[in-house]
Design a binder for this molecule. Structure first.
Ligand SMILES: *Cc1c(COP(=O)(O)O)cnc(C)c1O
Length: 402
């Protein structure tokens, strides 16, 4: 934006890892008159949401919808299934892993933490080894993040399930899929997850303020003995009222209008196409970064995140100053830095309602901003991303023709 202007023209390039850009169609769906949340029209809307969200988590069980951000659904997962003093095994893959652990502490649980250098996802072998040692079965839950948003690493959930089974351990598996759901494949039932935690403002392309718990039969059974205090987040009231079409309290009606449309849009594109698009844009982003000669925080390709890539700034260059300059000049926002990477990295979100061309806008803006900020890079990153996208589409076109 020009220094003497109070308006930045065009669309803001919102490349934070949530809230992500909300499609106009969802905005229009939300922009609708209030309805009676105990009336028949609401029951119909609610059914669309409750049935639809199951297809996103890939579960046959009920999914609970909370009027709260993802943090609320984290809390719900813990308080509905556990008792004060229970030991939980958590992995500090980054800032979000750390925050969930702090929550467990505050709630009176006993988190035991597997630490990482914040540059890799969760290694299933470490989970298996720890569970094998736990002969007295003190650990009641294993809590992992599918996608660690603060550093851009993804963890292999199906393999973590296998690791728990290989150890023959009865702990519940709880998975935070807030920044991966509806962006990359996720299978609550097939992967044997007990509680999956989702949020609205990332892959679901919604405003913030709604979150989810998908639950297994085993998690539901655990509620019978779970002694943690809970009220707003209690699953049982929700399940009872949802069965007859309603909520125990006034739900976020407008958000449900949005959610119904979000789910429709995801299926119109096709979930597998949505996932392929995220993989493609993630790879294009990484090619740009590598061409610039910058370092990706995730140091092992098997953990690369399909939704967010964190970039390490070269020594002597302040990532926050860079973000401020890019915002001022090119109207683009990136994810901020946390903890041990404070001021040292910026994160490029490539999730939600983004396409190849809008992603290229972001990568071109990033290359220009890096040059303006005098960060020592090799130019041609945006070109490398374009070359990759052309080849990816070329391959798809050839396949279709054959
Ligand atoms: C965004 C996010 C959260 C927190 O969700 P809020 O909606 O901000 O409460 C938790 N975990 C992960 C992995 C996230 O990306």
């Amino acid at each position: 934006m020009a220094h003497n202007a109070s308006r930045a023209p065009g669309r803001h390039l919102l490349h934070i890892p949530g809230p992500t850009p909300v499609p106009d169609r969802i905005l229009r769906a939300i922009d609708t008159p209030m309805i009676d949340h105990r009336g028949p029209e609401f029951a119909k809307l609610n059914k669309r949401c409750l049935d639809g969200i199951k297809t996103i988590f890939k579960t046959a069980n009920p999914v609970i919808i909370f009027t709260a951000t993802g943090t609320g659904a984290w809390e719900a997962a813990l308080v509905n299934t556990l008792s004060p003093g229970d030991k939980v095994l958590m992995v500090e893959t980054g800032q979000f892993g750390l925050l969930w652990k702090k929550m467990a502490d505050r709630l009176g649980l006993k988190p035991e933490v597997i630490e990482t250098d914040w540059r890799v996802g969760t290694d299933p072998a470490l989970i298996e080894a720890r569970l094998r040692e736990d002969k007295t079965r003190e650990i009641k839950a294993v809590c992992v993040l599918h996608n660690e948003t603060s550093t851009g690493t993804q963890s292999p959930i199906a393999d973590i399930r296998k690791a728990i089974d290989a150890a023959g351990h009865p702990a519940l598996l709880m998975v935070d899929t807030i920044s991966s759901l509806a962006s990359t494949d996720y299978r609550h039932d097939e992967w044997g997850v007990d509680v999956s935690i989702g949020g609205a403002q990332k892959g679901l392309m919604m405003p913030p303020g709604m979150s989810f718990n998908a639950i297994s039969d085993k998690a539901l059974a655990a509620t019978k003995t779970a002694a943690m205090p809970k009220s707003f987040f209690a699953w049982d009231d929700m399940l009872t009222m949802n069965k007859v079409g309603f909520f125990p309290y006034t739900p976020a009606t407008q958000m449900l209008h949005g959610l119904a449309v979000s789910i429709e849009m995801l299926h119109e594109e096709g979930l597998d196409n949505v996932f392929a698009r995220h993989d493609r844009l993630a790879e294009a982003t990484r090619r740009a970064i590598k061409t610039w000669g910058l370092e990706i925080i995730c140091r092992d390709a098997k953990y690369y995140s399909p939704t967010i890539t964190a970039v390490l700034m070269p020594e002597g260059h302040d990532a926050d100053a860079f973000r401020a300059l890019a915002l001022e000049t090119f109207n683009i926002s990136y994810g901020a830095s946390f903890g041990r990477f404070q001021g040292k990295m910026f994160r490029i979100g490539h999730l939600g309602d983004v396409n190849d061309a809008s992603m290229m806008g972001a990568l071109a803006a990033t290359e220009m901003a890096l040059q303006l900020a005098k960060v020592p890079i090799k130019t041609g990153g945006a070109q490398a991303a374009m070359d990759y996208l052309v080849s990816a589409h070329g391959a798809a076109t050839r396949q279709a023709a054959e």
